[in-house]
Design a protein around this ligand. Structure first.
Ligand SMILES: Nc1nc2c(c(=O)[nH]1)N[C@H]1C(S)=C(S)[C@@H](COP(=O)(O)OP(=O)(O)OC[C@H]3O[C@@H](n4cnc5c(=O)[nH]c(N)nc54)[C@H](O)[C@@H]3O)O[C@H]1N2
Ligand SMILES: Nc1nc2c(c(=O)[nH]1)N[C@H]1C(S)=C(S)[C@@H](COP(=O)(O)OP(=O)(O)OC[C@H]3O[C@@H](n4cnc5c(=O)[nH]c(N)nc54)[C@H](O)[C@@H]3O)O[C@H]1N2
Ligand SMILES: [Mo]
Length: 761
């Protein structure tokens, strides 16, 4: 990609012609224009496949084009005509490939053959599936199970995920870290404390009933664009949509639906946010506490004047615990401190509180901007405090909506991929399969990294994903990785995690979800759970990329059979022949959520039950809990008083899916031809003696004996609060110390990395 880097502000809306052009470019790039366009009509349809991009919900009655720009890109990327043939690895050594970019590696196309690493020639070499399984099984049998890690990236379906978790437990460990450990784990820990549910309470139909939407730290235009349709409808009804985000994200500002001919022809745009507050990165606790303080003051005034109160006192009395302590803390909070920490003014926060106070049903939406902080849990609890003050849970049109990442990341946790044994029905599994499951807590992502660096972990098996590129502390991780005895990666495309390998290493290529999955009983479908707890089916429709690819369930079964002694109660072969039997097994383990799984999923899918929706609180107090924040700061590592330290937030471009880089175009932020940019406030550029357009290196501003540095970033003067700066993930991951993670969930604090800037000579 020898594009000339260009930085020019983008003036268009999200969606619109820019979006259509981008879809066509993506299809052309993969040489799939005609098939691709026809295929996109089946995306997210009851008889079609479920998008491999994000986890946003699918409407009961889908539109003709129920896909978005980024979903279409993900489809094009998977159905590409490009192939990684054996010739490729004959030509390129693994060490040479380490010099390639993330984009260049994946752009080679789909992996075709199972491969074993030959350390002598430093090359991947094709092997048969049988010998791969046999050797991996033999290695695993020699190892102590608790020294092995089975990672999962959030895409694999419920059937595969159930089999993966069961394989780990039959083998003897709970070391099942998941991409959600880097993502919404702060949600999965904080929401149960607050409302007794690990997931959001909102369903798609609530959008039509909401009369206020609060948006914190989620970039809808790039990361869940299909949500723009219900947001557009809400905006057209006059619903206030109030956004808190350090960056002015275009998708949160304006949208033209590419699926509405009239809008496209007339260029009509809908404003999305009615108010936009550029909170400082890490300023949300202060901002939300300010909102709560203003709400309490408004309530006092309204009550004194005999007007309608601003708080839902009946809800608070009947359903909550800890209100008085929280109210005292909010009343005591000092406005100058709240303004300083949030970067927002008192009148601005009071204005939002007044709007919120008069809405009947509010949705609180959030993403990585809240979860990926040292105080990620407190962020989530603060948002819940705000919602609880007005009874905004468990009534139509109101609730909390964490927007999950990968398309089945939520579902994987539901069916047993968890390092926390208390979240898995181990007794049920023990009875169903007559074995004694391991009961100790396993390793999450950060702990797996610590174990790998310390030499405690001996084997890593990855069900998808790009672990080494997605985790913090890149340099130490890449150094430690080759000391592993066994590494196995199940993948569709080549990525950096396939270039760092253990003594015995395998790369196993699998079918993608869009491809026809033919097994003994016929073509199979799989199931996923979306961000609104809806379980739905997905049927692959495209001819597989190559004849030797195997499905993920078949690969998991192959590994398990080669590793475990036979157990007639775990019919791996029969399961692979008919995934309906895996669904029956899931229904037996989780009868409450998955009874009659096969019947119900064919009737359009179903929502998992969620007590908080009915105002039944499965918490320690039996009520919804208020929480008093321990500090206004989300990050105690960053010394904001030190004028040379900036707070770096790592962001995604409009042309990537996590570590998968589709191209060098971040249309909405006006960047093209490069990803090596640092967005920073013009006043900070001047203050630090730097120059717009100049080049800088970044180092991590913590003193822990480790030097962390990334270089070659072009300075871009940008509309971002002073003291913060932003650059792309995963390029900045070498800067994140492994210990710099959310307290209580260990989600790496990727939105608040203290950094120093150094002008290049
Ligand atoms: N096309 C596409 N879709 C995706 C993905 C992708 O990479 N590409 N990734 C998928 C995955 S796995 C996930 S988890 C989701 C991620 O989707 P998001 O949750 O949207 O995550 P990010 O892109 O990291 O951006 C978070 C937003 O938070 C803002 N932010 C940063 N710091 C703060 C803060 O301190 N406070 C507030 N209020 N805001 C802040 C940033 O400016 C940014 O707009 O998307 C999923 N969907
Ligand atoms: N600095 C920073 N770091 C972050 C984040 C951040 O915002 N900032 N975000 C974090 C978040 S939210 C997440 S979720 C993680 C993501 O971490 P991961 O989920 O581990 O990474 P991905 O980039 O989604 O994985 C991409 C790879 O998945 C493989 N793949 C794609 N489709 C399939 C399939 O169908 N089956 C199989 N088996 N493999 C497939 C391909 O080989 C592709 O290269 O990164 C985290 N890291
Ligand atoms: Mo994620």
């Amino acid at each position: 990609m020898a594009l000339k880097p260009q930085i020019t502000p983008y003036t268009g809306p999200a969606g619109g012609w820019g979006s259509l052009k981008s879809v066509e470019t993506a299809l052309l790039r993969e040489d799939r224009l005609i098939t691709g366009n026809a295929l996109l009509l089946r995306q997210n349809k009851p008889d079609g496949f479920s998008c491999v991009s994000c986890s946003w919900g699918k409407p009961g009655r889908p539109r003709t084009f129920e896909y978005c720009e980024n979903g279409a890109k993900a489809t094009a990327w998977e159905i590409t005509r490009k192939r990684v043939r054996s010739r490729f690895f004959e030509k390129h050594t693994v060490t040479e490939l380490r010099g390639w970019s993330d984009y260049a590696l994946e752009a080679q196309g789909r992996l075709l053959n199972p491969m074993r690493l030959d350390h002598v020639t430093d090359r991947w070499v094709p092997v048969s599936w049988e010998s791969a399984f046999a050797e991996i099984g033999a290695e695993l049998k020699k190892l102590e199970p608790k020294t092995t890690v089975f990672y999962a990236s959030g895409r694999a379906a419920l059937e595969t995920s159930y089999m993966w978790g069961l394989f780990a437990r039959l083998y003897g460990h709970n070391n099942l870290p998941d991409s959600s450990n880097m993502c919404h784990e702060s949600t999965s820990v904080a929401l149960p404390q607050a409302i007794g549910a690990p997931v959001g309470t909102i369903m798609l139909k609530d959008f039509a009933k909401a009369d206020c939407i609060l948006f914190f730290g989620q970039n809808v235009g790039s990361n869940s664009p299909r949500m723009l349709h219900p947001l557009q409808a809400a905006s057209k009804r006059g619903v206030p949509i109030i956004t808190f985000n350090p960056l002015r994200e275009r998708g949160l500002e304006r949208f033209t639906s590419p699926q509405a001919p009239l809008e496209m022809l007339t260029g009509a745009e809908t404003r999305i946010s009615s108010q936009y507050h550029q909170v400082k990165a890490g300023g949300d606790i202060a901002a939300i506490l300010g909102l709560c303080k203003a709400l309490l003051a408004g309530d006092d005034a309204a009550t004194a004047a005999g007007r309608k109160p601003w708080l839902d006192h009946a809800f608070i009395a009947e359903h909550t615990h800890g209100f008085q302590d929280f109210a005292d803390a909010a009343r005591e909070a000092d406005w100058p401190a709240l303004e300083l920490r949030s970067g927002l003014t008192r009148p601005a926060l009071e204005g939002v509180a007044a709007i919120y106070a008069h809405a009947q049903a509010t949705i609180g939406i959030y993403g990585m901007g809240l979860t990926q902080h040292r105080a990620g849990l407190e962020n989530v609890r603060m948002l819940m405090n705000l919602l609880l003050l007005r009874g905004n849970v468990g009534k139509p049109g109101a609730g909390v909506l964490p927007v999950r990442g990968h398309s089945n990341v939520q579902g994987q946790r539901t069916v047993g991929i968890s390092e926390k044994p208390e979240l898995v029905p181990l007794d049920m599994l023990a009875k169903q399969y007559r074995f004694e499951p391991p009961r100790e807590t396993g390793m999450n992502t950060v702990e797996a990294c610590e174990g790998i660096i310390a030499g405690r972990v001996q084997a890593f098996l990855g069900l998808g994903g790009n672990f080494i590129r997605a985790v913090p502390e890149t340099v130490a991780m890449e150094e430690a990785w080759p000391r592993l005895r066994l590494t196995v990666q199940i993948a569709t495309k080549l990525n950096r995690s396939h270039l760092f390998n253990g003594e015995v290493a395998f790369l196993l290529p699998c079918l993608g979800r869009i491809e026809v999955d033919q097994q003994a009983s016929g073509p199979q479908l799989v199931t996923c759970e979306d961000t609104m707890t809806k379980v739905h089916a997905s049927q692959g429709t495209v001819v597989p990329a190559g004849p030797r690819l195997r499905s993920e369930p078949a690969i998991v079964a192959g590994l398990a059979k080669a590793t475990l002694s036979p157990n007639p109660l775990v019919p791996w072969d029969a399961w692979v022949g008919d995934y309906g039997l895996v669904r029956d097994a899931i229904a037996a383990t989780y009868p409450e959520a998955f009874h009659d799984f096969n019947t119900r999923v064919f009737k359009g899918g179903f929502h998992r039950p969620l007590p908080a929706r009915q105002r039944v609180w499965k918490t320690d107090t039996g009520r919804a809990n208020f929480h008093v924040p321990t500090s206004l700061r989300t990050d105690l590592d960053t010394d904001l008083e030190r004028h040379d330290v900036l707070q770096l937030l790592t962001i995604r471009s409009n042309d990537q899916f996590n570590t998968t880089i589709y191209g060098m175009e971040d249309r909405f932020r006006g960047v093209s031809g490069t990803r090596m940019v640092l967005f920073i406030n013009a006043q900070d550029i001047a203050r630090l003696g730097l120059r717009d357009g100049g080049t800088v290196a970044l180092t991590t501003a913590v003193e822990d004996g480790v030097a962390r540095r990334v270089g070659g970033f072009r300075i871009v003067a940008y509309d971002i609060p002073k003291g913060c700066c932003a650059a792309y993930y995963p390029e900045c991951n070498p800067l994140i110390p492994l210990w710099h993670h959310a307290e209580g969930s260990k989600v790496p604090a990727a939105k608040s990395i203290p950094v120093n800037l150094h002008a290049a000579p």
